[in-house]
Design a protein around this ligand. Structure first.
Ligand SMILES: *Cc1c(COP(=O)(O)O)cnc(C)c1O
Length: 386
C-alpha cells in the first residue's frame, strides 16, 4: 500500500487520538499559492479560518502573508490573536450578532460581507454610534450550482445565504443612502470541495453579467470576492498533496478581466489546510463479526465528524503494519451507529496498539471536534514541534 510518511516512533509518546499537521506540506501549499497569485496583479487570498484555527497553523498562514475570512466574532478574535492585521480580515455570515459587528468595527476589519438588507441597516447604525464608516460588500447569491455534496452547496437560488440577484441594485442604493456604510464590492461563494473548474467558470460568467449590469447604471465595483471552494484529492493524498492552484487562479484570470482599480479576492479554506493533516488514532480492539472484521479505534466522530455528517471519505492507513492486507470496517468508540470511518477498507493486517492515520483531515477536522460522550478534545500537533 502506498502510504504517507509519518514519524511513527515519535508518535508513541503522544496521547491518541490527535491531529498531526505536516508542516512541510503546509509550507509547500502556501508557497504554491503565493507563486500563483504573484502571476496575477491585484489578487488577494483570505484564508477561511473556519477550516482550521489551530494557533500553529494560523501562525504559518499569517507569516505567508494571507488575509483571513471569518464567519463569527470568535473567528475574528482568533485571527487577531494569531497576529493577522485587521485590514486583511473579511467577515461573512447570515447571522452576525451586534457584539460581533461591534467587534469588527472596533478592530477596523477590511470589509463586512453583508447578507441581508436588515443586516445592512444594523451595521450602519452600529457604525454611526461609534462615529465610523463600515466598508461592505454584498454577498450575492449567484444561483450557480456546484458539483459537490448537497449539504455543502451554497450558491443555489433558494438558500439561506446571500442576497438575491434581483435585489442587488436595491441593496446598493440603500447602502449609498445610509451614512455609515461604504459599498465597495460584491461577494460570492458557491460551495465547497469543488474540483471541476467548470463550476468556477460558470461563476465567472454570472459575475461578468452582474458587473455589466451595474456598469450600465454607472455603478463601480472595486472588490470582486469570489469566495472559496477549491477541493482536494481525498482519494490520493500521497500523489496529490498540493491542490491545482494554477488551474484555479488561471480560471479566474481568464474568466474575469479586471478593470483599472479592481481587485480579485478569494477565500480558500480546505485547499490551504486539508492535505497537511491526518487524524492519528490507535487500534483498541480487532473483532471478528459473522462476515466482517472490525477494527475499533480510539478516535471517533467526536474527533472527526465529516464521515458521519457528510458521508465523507478519508483514506485510511495502518502506519504501524506492513503485513499483508485484509479487509476491515473501521469504527470509533462513540455510541452512534454512524461512528464509522470506513467500510470494507483494505489495510495492512491490524493488531491492538497499531496506529491508524485518517488522511486529508486538516480541514474541518480538529475545528469541528466536540466533547460528545464527555470525551477530551483531540490535540493538534505540528510536525516541527515534536
Ligand atoms: C466556508 C467558506 C469558505 C471556504 O470554503 P472552502 O471550501 O473551505 O474553501 C469561503 N468563504 C465563505 C463565505 C465560507 O463560508
Amino acid at each position: 500500500m502506498n502510504k504517507g510518511k509519518f514519524p511513527v516512533e515519535k508518535f508513541q509518546n503522544i496521547e491518541t487520538p490527535f491531529y498531526y499537521y505536516d508542516s512541510e506540506i503546509l509550507d509547500k501549499t502556501l508557497n504554491a499559492i503565493n507563486e500563483e497569485i504573484s502571476k496575477h496583479d491585484n489578487y488577494y487570498v483570505h484564508y477561511a479560518i473556519k477550516a482550521n484555527a489551530n494557533p500553529s497553523v494560523l501562525k504559518k498562514i499569517q507569516e505567508a502573508g494571507l488575509g483571513v475570512d471569518c464567519v463569527s466574532g470568535g473567528e475574528i478574535k482568533a485571527a487577531l490573536n494569531a497576529g493577522f492585521n485587521a485590514n486583511k480580515i473579511v467577515y461573512a455570515g447570515v447571522g452576525k450578532a451586534d457584539w460581533e459587528i461591534n467587534l469588527g468595527l472596533d478592530a477596523g476589519i477590511f470589509c463586512f460581507n453583508v447578507e441581508s438588507l436588515e443586516e445592512l441597516h444594523i451595521i450602519s447604525s452600529l457604525a454611526e454610534a461609534k462615529g465610523k464608516t463600515a466598508k461592505i460588500c454584498f454577498r450575492i447569491n449567484p444561483n450557480v450550482g456546484a458539483h459537490t455534496h448537497a449539504n455543502i452547496t451554497t450558491g443555489l437560488a433558494e438558500n439561506k445565504f446571500g442576497i438575491a440577484m434581483e435585489d442587488m441594485e436595491t441593496a446598493i442604493s440603500e447602502a449609498n443612502r445610509l451614512g455609515n456604510v461604504e459599498f465597495i464590492g460584491l461577494h460570492f461563494h458557491i460551495g465547497s470541495q469543488i474540483l471541476e473548474m467548470g463550476d468556477f467558470e460558470a461563476l465567472c460568467v454570472r459575475i461578468n453579467e452582474l458587473l455589466e449590469r451595474l456598469a450600465s447604471q454607472g455603478i463601480e465595483v472595486s472588490i470582486i470576492n469570489v469566495g472559496g471552494g477549491l477541493g482536494i484529492s481525498y482519494d490520493d493524498p500521497n500523489g496529490k498533496p498540493i491542490p491545482d492552484f494554477k488551474a484555479y487562479f488561471d480560471t479566474y484570470a481568464k474568466g474575469i478581466v479586471l478593470k483599472e482599480g479592481q481587485q480579485l479576492h478569494c477565500e480558500l479554506g480546505r485547499a490551504v489546510v486539508g492535505q497537511m493533516g491526518s487524524l492519528i488514532t490507535r487500534i483498541l480492539y480487532t473483532k471478528q463479526g459473522k462476515v466482517k472484521q472490525f477494527v475499533i479505534v480510539d478516535g471517533g466522530m467526536s474527533d472527526l465528524i465529516r464521515p458521519a455528517l457528510y458521508q465523507a471519505y478519508h483514506k485510511i492507513e495502518n502506519i504501524s503494519s506492513d503485513d499483508a492486507e485484509q479487509t476491515y470496517d473501521v469504527v470509533g468508540p462513540i455510541c452512534e451507529s454512524s461512528d464509522v470511518f470506513g467500510k470494507a477498507t483494505a489495510l495492512n493486517a491490524c493488531h491492538r496498539g497499531d496506529l491508524i492515520a485518517l488522511r486529508s483531515a486538516g480541514a474541518y477536522g480538529e475545528i469541528m471536534a466536540s466533547q460528545y460522550n464527555c470525551r477530551k478534545l483531540p490535540a493538534g500537533i505540528m510536525s516541527d514541534e515534536i
